[in-house]
Write a protein that binds this ligand. Structure first.
Ligand SMILES: [Zn+2]
Ligand SMILES: [Zn+2]
Length: 53
């Protein structure tokens, strides 16, 4: 099914509750799993290195 992985912790996004949004800097799609959203884990864009909450 989904091959996307969480940008922060790299788990496959199989469960519901994850989200995706474009990087504010370069527009690369960022994926975040439920846990990382819930715990406000920072993400880092793999393309441009932008870090955000
Ligand atoms: Zn995660
Ligand atoms: Zn970026």
């Amino acid at each position: 099914m989904a091959t996307e992985k969480c940008t922060s912790c790299n788990v496959p996004l199989a469960n519901e509750g994850w989200t995706k949004f474009p990087c504010p800097k370069c527009g690369e799609i960022i994926y975040r799993c439920h846990d990382c959203r819930h715990q406000s884990i920072p993400y880092e864009c793999k393309k441009c290195g932008f870090m955000g909450p």
